[in-house]
Design a protein around this ligand. Structure first.
Ligand code: ZN
Length: 160
């Protein structure tokens, strides 16, 4: 069976950046299970997987536009330190949730000044070319219930 829209797919993967640094991997875990074609994966990876079958391996490099997007400079802003409850605990890399008009987003502290803190609301992988090593572990039909729920049931998925 080949990967196509509405198939349930399990993959093992390793994600590295341009420097070969491992950013994420399924090694030692269950395969990542998803329903293909409904936007559960970044677009570039979904496209690369179309037509693949169980046991297939692929290496794919994905540009930011097909990954987590390019960095949006408007999502970076300076916030007065006084606005934080515990400003002494803020350091570069600290992440917290902020409510915006578009809903809650995770921001990351990128700079701590004397009076101001710079936070970045871009996805941590935005602006990066992503290199995936993927092995297809499973391909099967999605059940009607899975399609209705928008997620995979059973092992590696929802257990309800
Ligand atoms: Zn469900």
């Amino acid at each position: 069976m080949q990967i196509a829209e509405k198939k349930v797919v399990g993959i093992h993967y390793k994600l590295t950046n341009d420097d070969g640094q491992v950013l994420d991997t399924s090694e030692g875990r269950s395969p990542l299970m998803f329903i293909h074609g409904i936007g559960m994966l970044i677009p570039g990876l979904e496209k690369a997987l179309v037509g693949k079958s169980k046991g297939d391996q692929l290496n794919v490099s994905i540009a930011p536009e097909e990954g987590y997007g390019v960095k949006d400079p408007n999502l970076t802003q300076k916030v007065p330190k006084a606005q934080f409850e515990e400003p002494e605990k803020i350091e570069v890399g600290t992440q917290f949730q902020v409510d915006t008009e578009q809903g809650a987003i995770i921001v990351t502290v990128t700079e701590v000044g004397a009076e101001e803190v710079t936070v970045d609301g871009n996805h941590p992988l935005a602006g990066m070319t992503l290199h995936f090593d993927v092995t297809v572990d499973e391909v099967r039909e999605a059940t009607e219930e899975e399609i209705a729920h928008g997620h995979v049931h059973g092992e590696g998925g929802h257990q309800h």
